[in-house]
Structures are given as structure tokens and as C-alpha cells.
Design a binder for this molecule. Structure first.
Ligand SMILES: CC(=O)SCCNC(=O)CCNC(=O)[C@H](O)C(C)(C)COP(=O)(O)OP(=O)(O)OC[C@H]1O[C@@H](n2cnc3c(N)ncnc32)[C@H](O)[C@@H]1OP(=O)(O)O
Length: 144
């Protein structure tokens, strides 16, 4: 049965709004950290976070370059706080530079305990992608 108490309903709606946690960047991925993604200490494995970040940046690189691209460098990776099993993990991608064949995408990662109202930024890095032709060589990024 639906809860029709106005105050509680408004609170529930506010909690379930899942608003943005930062102004800049495209909301690229939102996932729940699962037990399969942990390191031996029981926290979420940094490699899982890095793969999610690569997916988020690669999604933007694909849209910008309108075709295949590959990660050529990852810079300034910072792990600021641990991520725990069950956390809601949100990735924001911002396009920082477009060169002749390369693109720099900044990725910020936020984690929110599933029972908490607010999250915190846990990781960020810059990903450099190169647009590739069908032979795997760099290709020029289209202007439009
Ligand atoms: C091993 C893996 O599977 S990693 C995951 C997937 N990634 C890959 O497979 C990529 C493997 N790497 C490659 O195939 C090659 O390095 C390529 C094709 C991406 C690039 O080859 P390069 O010979 O370096 O190309 P080139 O020197 O012409 O550089 C291409 C662009 O990348 C930029 N670039 C190359 N290396 C870097 C770097 N380390 N950091 C920042 N930018 C770089 C260049 O400045 C250039 O940018 P611009 O055209 O916008 O001015």
C-alpha cells in the first residue's frame, strides 16, 4: 500500500531524486559496487573503478570522434577515499581538450553509501584517447 502521508512522501521523493553530485561533466555511468569487485581487504578494487572510468571516458571519446578510439594515456589518477560494497558509484566525464587526433577527458567518481543522503568524490583522472582508423592508426577527429 502506498504511503500517503504528505511529509514522508515528500521526503521519499527527495531521497529518490538521485540528483547530480557535481555541476560539471556529463553523468556517464551509475553503478552499484558489488562483492565481486572487491580487493583482498574487502574494499572495492581500484582496477574495477579504473575500468568504469575508462568506459565513461571512452563513451565520450566515441561520441566526439564519431568512431573507434583507444586509451593512449591515463594521467593524474587519484584515489581519495575507499569505495565500499553496496555504494552507489557515479561517474562524470568532461571533455577538456580536442587535438588533431587525440582527446582529453576528465573523469570524476563519486560514491554514496546506499543508506546515506550525500556522497563524496572518491577518484578522478584524465584519460587521453586517440581516434583510430580501421587499421588502428591515428585519424583526424571530425570538426563537426
Ligand atoms: C595495451 C592496451 O590494450 S591499452 C588499452 C587500449 N589502448 C590501446 O590499445 C592503445 C595502444 N596504443 C597505440 O595503438 C598507439 O599508441 C596509438 C595508435 C594510440 C597512437 O600511436 P602514436 O604513434 O603514439 O601516435 P601519434 O604519435 O601520432 O600520437 C597521436 C596523438 O596522441 C597523442 N599522444 C600519444 N601518446 C600520448 C601520451 N602518452 N599522452 C598524451 N597524448 C599522447 C599525440 O600527442 C597525438 O595527439 P594529436 O594528434 O591530437 O596532436
Amino acid at each position: 500500500m502506498l504511503n500517503t502521508e504528505t511529509g514522508k512522501l515528500a521526503l521519499a521523493q527527495q531521497f529518490s531524486a538521485h540528483g547530480r553530485q557535481q555541476e560539471d561533466g556529463v553523468l556517464a555511468i551509475r553503478a552499484i559496487a558489488m562483492p565481486a569487485d572487491t580487493n583482498p581487504a574487502g574494499d572495492i578494487f581500484g582496477g574495477w573503478l579504473m575500468s568504469q572510468m575508462d568506459l565513461a571516458a571512452g563513451n565520450m571519446a566515441g561520441r566526439v570522434s564519431q568512431g573507434r578510439s583507444a586509451t593512449v594515456a591515463v594521467e593524474a589518477m587519484q584515489f581519495l577515499h575507499p569505495v565500499k560494497v553496496g555504494d552507489e558509484v557515479t561517474l562524470y566525464a568532461s571533455l577538456k581538450m580536442v587535438g588533431r587526433t587525440s582527446m582529453r577527458v576528465h573523469v570524476d567518481v563519486w560514491a554514496r553509501n546506499r543508506f546515506a543522503k550525500e556522497g563524496q568524490k572518491v577518484t578522478n583522472a584524465d584519460f587521453v584517447f586517440v581516434a583510430l582508423d580501421e587499421d588502428g592508426n591515428p585519424r583526424e577527429i571530425p570538426a563537426t
